[in-house]
Design a protein around this ligand. Structure first.
Ligand code: CP3
Length: 342
């Protein structure tokens, strides 16, 4: 077996037990995160302080012993490094100066990009030295469509009216923003890999906002291009996609060339995923994070069902979206012990 269980699973090997990690495993549900966050001050200061970002990445590993750690950063650091103004306002989330016209799309300045993101690469390289030998290190970025929703709407948004207006009415102009993000994201992920990331995940949180016909140009195509750019330099690095909320279009996602694994959101029936996705790609998922807030038998029963459906090959256990701040750490401890005992 490949030495690290998480990488073995992504390599298609049958493993002794399914590896596990959790989206947003570092975060506000942990008191030690809240303490480090208070020391940093602003959320962005935490992201750009390699010593503190390393510390919060390690915190859940120390407590629960997941098979993989995910770099602590945020998907919106990339637009910031491309020159867009970004702040996180307390109680409001991210706020950016919106880009709404082709003329306002910045040119890709690689020196500026890597200079802005230098502290993130430093965090990765520290982690590759400090993580336990059995724990894999995951790098990540936002997928172009999801990052673009924040860049164009200027904040989080439920219906994404402005970006859909632009993308559907002016595919060519909007395509320039997507091209910038494909190139920038690939460069960002390659630098994370050079610094020590052993796999990468692309978060497409708002993929489900698109009609089926637009998934190919705005979600699947960009993912395929980024994977190809990464694999041209690093052919063996697994690339995991997380096109959240696309339902049965996951059967199409399972055929994107170059994508090793797909993270599956909690709305999906594990049996459908086992039949339609798992034969083609490694699946990762898909416990509803609310069931970890509830804990007890509902959490255990849903976990057993997921484990029964997916077995010991082509499967990584995870949530179907990130932990919420009100998650009791004791429930995460119980879930982790259950997963280590499989
Ligand atoms: O442990 C991990 O999963 C790694 C770190 C990580 C964070 N954000 C830290 C974070 C990762 C992988 C992300 C990805 C991310 N960021 C996504 C995609 C995944 C998803 O959750 O859908 C998105 C859409 C963002 C953008 C973002 N970051 C928003 C909208 C917010 C505000 C909402 C919120 O939850 O507060 C953030 C802030 C953020 N990113 C926090 C954390 C731990 C909370 C910040 C805090 O400490 O107050």
């Amino acid at each position: 077996m490949t030495e690290k269980r998480f990488l073995a699973a992504l390599n298609g090997e049958t493993v002794d037990r399914p590896p596990f990690w959790f989206m947003r495993q570092a975060g506000r549900y942990l008191p030690e995160y809240r303490a480090t966050r208070a020391e940093a001050g602003d959320f962005l200061d935490l992201c750009y302080r390699p010593d503190l970002a390393e510390e919060v990445t390690l915190q859940p590993i120390r407590r629960f012993g997941m098979d993989a750690a995910i770099l602590f950063a945020d998907i919106l650091l990339l637009p910031q490094a491309l020159g867009q103004h970004l702040e996180f306002r307390v109680g409001e989330g991210p706020v950016l100066d919106p880009i709404r016209r082709t003329e306002d799309i910045p040119a890709l300045d690689m020196d500026r990009l890597h200079e802005g993101l230098g502290p993130v690469y430093e965090t990765v390289s520290r982690l590759s030295r400090s993580l336990p030998a059995e724990t894999a290190l995951i790098g990540f970025a936002g997928a172009p469509w999801t990052v673009a929703t924040y860049m164009v709407e200027g904040s989080g948004s439920r219906d994404h009216p402005t970006i859909k207006q632009w993308a559907f009415s002016d595919p060519e102009g909007f395509g320039k923003l997507m091209d910038l993000l494909v190139q920038g994201t690939a460069a960002y992920l390659k630098a994370q890999i050079a610094a020590g990331a052993e796999a990468v995940q692309l978060f497409d949180t708002w993929a489900g906002a698109l009609p089926h016909a637009w998934l190919e140009p705005l979600v699947f195509g960009p993912l395929q291009q980024i994977a190809a750019l990464i694999h041209a330099e690093y052919p063996d690095i697994p690339v995991i996609g997380f096109p959240r909320g696309i339902g049965t279009s996951l059967a199409h996602a399972a055929r994107i060339p170059g994508i090793t694994g797909l993270s599956i959101d909690w709305s999906m029936d594990p049996q459908w995923v086992a039949a339609n996705v798992q034969p083609h790609r490694v699946v990762q998922g898909n416990l509803d994070p609310r069931l970890v807030v509830v804990g007890g038998e509902p959490m255990r029963q849903a976990t057993r069902h997921i484990l029964d459906c997916f077995g010991h090959r082509n499967f990584v256990f995870n949530l179907g979206h990130g932990f919420v701040p009100e998650t009791p750490p004791e429930h995460v401890a119980e879930l982790s012990e259950m997963l280590k005992a499989v």
